[in-house]
Write a protein that binds this ligand. Structure first.
Ligand code: AMP
Length: 305
C-alpha cells in the first residue's frame, strides 16, 4: 500500500490506529527526522519496518533547535523526495506537521532541559540546541504513541502495542540524551540505536554534506580516516595515541577541528588519560567535530577492544 501523508496530530492518531487495527498489529515504530532524507535515514526506516507492524516517520524542521535563523532557513526541504524514499523503505505514514501544529501558542514556555550532558561537545558550540531537540523529541514520542486512537481492537486485553523509536548513532550525543530522557522521565518507548551509514570512501552521510564543494568533501574524509585509525589501534590493544590522530586532522588545511576525544558512550565523559596511553581495553566512543567550509560536521566510532 502506498505511503500516506498526515499533517496533524489528530490525523496521525486516527490513521495509525486504523492501520494497527487493519493489520492486527502489535507494534508501532517511530522514525523522527528533519527531512532532506538520505540513505542513513532509509536505514533507520528499514530497521523500523523490519521490527514493527506499523511505522510512522516524522519530517519536521524544528525551529527550537536552531541557533541561527539563517541555518534554519537554508535547511533543505524536500518533502516529495523524502516521501518516495520512505515509501521504498516500507514506511506506512509520514507525519509532516507545520510549526503551528507543533507549537500552537508559539514557542513553548515549559521545555525539557538536557542538563549537564547537553552543555558539552555539540552543546558547547550550540547553546540551547539539545533543550530544543529533546523538547521536540518528547513531543514527537507522544504524538507517535500507539493505542491512543484504538477502540474495539482487543488491545485492552492484550495490552498496548509495543512502541519503539529509532535514532542514528551518527548523532551520538542526541542518542545518549534521548536514552537518558526516556529512562529519567519514564517514557513508555524503547529507543533503538542504528549504526552510522557512510559513503564508500567513509564520509558519514548528512543532509548538510550537499553544501560541501568537491575539494571540501575530499578534505572532510580526514575525519573518518582519523576515527578509523583509533578503531584499529583499539582493536589491536594498542595505545590510542589520540595526539597523532589529532595531528592528522589538523594537517588538513580546509578542516577546522573543534573537538576530538575518546569518551564513555553513555555519559560522554572523557575516558581517563591512562586508557588512551596504555593498550586500550574496554569500551569507548571516539567523537569528532570540525568545520569544513560552510558546514559543521560530526562523526564518531565505537571503540571496542
Ligand atoms: P536528522 O534528520 O538529520 O535530524 O536525522 C534524523 C535521524 O537520522 C537521527 O536519528 C540521525 O541520527 C539519523 N541519521 C542521520 N544521518 C545518519 C547516518 N549517516 N547514519 C545513520 N543515521 C543517521
Amino acid at each position: 500500500m502506498a505511503i500516506q501523508l498526515v499533517t496533524t496530530a489528530a490525523q496521525l492518531r486516527a490513521e495509525s490506529a486504523r492501520l494497527l487495527t487493519r493489520k492486527r498489529g502489535t507494534s508501532q515504530g517511530l522514525v523522527p527526522t528533519m527531512g532532506a532524507l538520505h540513505e542513513g535515514h532509509a536505514q533507520l526506516a528499514r530497521t523500523a519496518v523490519a521490527q514493527n507492524d506499523v511505522v510512522v516517520a516524522s519530517v519536521f524542521v524544528n525551529p527550537l533547535q536552531f541557533g541561527e535563523a539563517a541555518d534554519l532557513e537554508r535547511y533543505p526541504r524536500t518533502l516529495e523526495a523524502d516521501m518516495a524514499l520512505l515509501d521504498a523503505a516500507g514506511v506506512d505514514l509520514v507525519f509532516a506537521p507545520s510549526a503551528e501544529e507543533v507549537y500552537p501558542g508559539g514557542e513553548p514556555l515549559v521545555r525539557i532541559t538536557a542538563g549537564p550532558l547537553g552543555g558539552k561537545w555539540e552543546g558547547a558550540s550550540r547553546p540551547g540546541h539539545f533543550d530544543g531537540a529533546l523538547t521536540v523529541v518528547a513531543k514527537l514520542l507522544h504524538y507517535g504513541l500507539p493505542g491512543a486512537g484504538l477502540s474495539g481492537t482487543g488491545h485492552s486485553d492484550a495490552g498496548l502495542p509495543a512502541y519503539r523509536a529509532y535514532f542514528g548513532q551518527k548523532d551520538a550525543q542526541q542518542l545518549a540524551l534521548v536514552q537518558r530522557m526516556v529512562e529519567d522521565l519514564n517514557f513508555p518507548v524503547e529507543i533503538v540505536p542504528v549504526p552510522i551509514v557512510r559513503t564508500e570512501d567513509g564520509l558519514a552521510l548528512s543532509s548538510r554534506n550537499r553544501f560541501l564543494s568537491d575539494e571540501e568533501r575530499q578534505a572532510a574524509l580526514v575525519l573518518s580516516r582519523a576515527l578509523r585509525l583509533l578503531e584499529a589501534r583499539a582493536g589491536a590493544h594498542e595505545p590510542l595515541d589520540l595526539e597523532s590522530a589529532q595531528a592528522l586532522v589538523e594537517s588538513e588545511p580546509l578542516v577546522d577541528l573543534d573537538y576530538f576525544d575518546v569518551v564513555d558512550p553513555r555519559t560522554l565523559e572523557p575516558l581517563a588519560e591512562n586508557c588512551r596511553q596504555t593498550p586500550f581495553r574496554g569500551e569507548g566512543l571516539a567523537i569528532i567535530a570540525a568545520r569544513v567550509g560552510p558546514v559543521r560536521l560530526i562523526d564518531n566510532v565505537p571503540l571496542d577492544s
